[in-house]
Design a protein. Sequence first.
Length: 115
Amino acid sequence: MLKFLRGGRRTAAIWWLVIFGTAVTFIIGFSVAPNLVGGRQVGENTHLGSVNGEPITQAQLQQSYQQLAQSYVAQYKTDPHGREESALREQAWSQLVTERAILHEAKRRGLTAAD
């Protein structure tokens, strides 16, 4: 049995088919499939999410990120890169969601600003 599995033309052909099939699968999976699924174009008015039915747009997220990035530059005297940039983007999203949730709850309870 082991002699059959170790050698022979059939085994070599099977291994080459497995290698070729794996390579083709990776090529299709990482290059062609993402294009088939289709990435959508993100514009200024693209709705990224919503909180209690109130949408959050790409423009609002970008504005929030820009404010955080300006604060970062003022504090550290350098532009955010890599981890800092992704952390600022996540913080901008969290701020928008939290702000919307708090404003919605304040409206629901009838809270208003006063002197």
